[in-house]
Write a protein that binds this ligand. Structure first.
Ligand code: GDD
Ligand code: MN
Length: 366
């Protein structure tokens, strides 16, 4: 009879997407860094096509400290971190990227300082004395990162040198208490935690050197940045309006511009107002559908046959909304100066209607 392994004191949550080549080396590094600590690692993989989950399970099959959480039909760094942390029963949870860009040798220091009661959250920072953002690919990424930080700083209760960090540790019970209030979308789980903790978290800053990526590529792209903007808007509105509705409305605005541009093009080609507007409306709806599918509902993105079914539903029901919208386009087109109150009301009715249909019929949560 062998006795069961000791329960972990520290759970290391590793969000990963297409990180197969990094899994085994990362486990080896954690093992070296966390010697003497009862730890476990939870790899949260969003069904990566490269077989990341299988790589994690292969290790888990011989090492009980390793677990793999494989999520299907969803994407997102923040929600992966939340689910990984909530799957843990350890006293402390840490979050670290699965690409070895974060310095795992800082974990014991984070644990010691948290356990000593020096603060509520230990944050790995690239921007305090002793830290280094050298591994950020290119000057553009560096400037972008600094700009985002300066912006986020405006909304934080107390200064944090690296609020975009994806490398931090806190008590699991504390995380659980904040979890129901987290927006959970996009990349910025730390910012989300800092915004939603009541009272504000007392921060311990742990400088580290951000390493260059060895294998694979970054998943941070324009859509991720748009989600970041959404998180800040949400902060300004104090959560009064759902984030999805904000994204949906932003997309709708792009649709209106697409509509007007297509209408002008149709008219220039000699089409009458009504046929030009009809074609422009369909173009705008397709643009809206595509943007909503890849941005607003990124986590439930429709593909293949479901995509076509979704598009058909969207065109059908939003077409009804478009009839309400038609009046506005007409007024704008025929008389530039009469953006009337009734026109604005028409747009609001249309966007609420479209949103209701989208949320319930087109991208309904499975
Ligand atoms: N499960 C899951 N789902 N994991 C994801 C997803 C996703 O949709 N997107 C990214 N990840 C994982 C990656 O596999 C990686 O382990 C980690 O999250 C960070 O993603 P990267 O694509 O490597 O991001 P980065 O290096 O550009 O950004 C990192 O540095 C930023 C600061 O510059 C992250 O740590 C960010 O959180 C941090 O803000
Ligand atoms: Mn990375």
């Amino acid at each position: 009879m062998t006795s069961p392994p000791l329960p972990a004191r520290l759970s290391v949550v590793v969000p990963c997407f297409n990180e197969r080549a990094n899994v085994a080396p990362l486990v080896a590094r954690l093992e070296a860094a966390l010697a003497g600590i009862a730890w476990e690692a939870v790899f949260v993989d969003d069904n990566s096509p490269d077989g990341t989950a299988a790589a994690a399970r292969a290790i888990a099959a011989r090492d009980p400290r390793i677990r793999c959480l494989r999520r299907i039909g969803r994407r997102g760094l923040s929600s992966a971190v939340i689910e990984g942390a909530l799957s843990s029963s350890a006293e402390f949870v840490a979050v670290i990227d699965g690409d070895m860009q974060h310095d795992e040798t800082r974990l014991p220091l984070m644990l010691t300082r948290l356990a000593a009661g020096e603060g509520d959250i230990a944050i790995g920072t690239r921007y305090a004395k002793g830290g280094d953002a050298g591994g950020l690919a290119g000057g553009f990424r560096q400037r972008l990162s600094r700009l985002g930080i300066a912006f986020a700083q405006l909304f934080l209760p107390s200064p944090v040198s690296d609020p975009m960090s994806g490398f931090f540790m806190m008590r699991r019970e504390h995380f659980e208490e904040i979890a129901p209030r987290l927006a959970g979308s996009g990349f910025k789980i730390l910012l989300d935690l800092l915004f939603n903790a009541r009272p504000p978290l007392k921060v311990i800053e742990i400088p580290y050197e951000f390493r260059a990526r060895a294998f694979g590529e970054s998943k941070l792209d324009a859509l991720v940045l748009a989600q970041f903007a959404g998180l800040l808007i949400d902060r300004v509105l104090h959560g009064a309006v759902p984030l999805r509705f904000i994204a949906f409305s932003g997309v709708g605005l792009v649709g209106v511009i697409a509509n007007l541009a297509a209408l002008a093009a149709g008219r220039a080609l000699g089409l009458g107002f009504s046929p030009a507007q009809a074609i422009a409306t369909v173009i705008a709806m397709v643009v809206n559908f595509q943007l909503n599918n890849s941005l607003t509902y990124r986590d439930q993105r429709l593909r293949g046959a479901r995509l076509w079914r979704g598009l058909a539903l969207f065109l059908l029901f939003c077409g009804i909304g478009a009839v309400a919208d038609l009046g506005i386009a007409r007024t704008l087109y025929e008389d530039h100066n009469s953006l009337t109150v009734s026109g604005a009301a028409g747009a609001i009715v249309a966007v609420v209607w479209n949103y209701a249909i989208s949320a319930t019929l087109v991208w309904r949560t499975r």
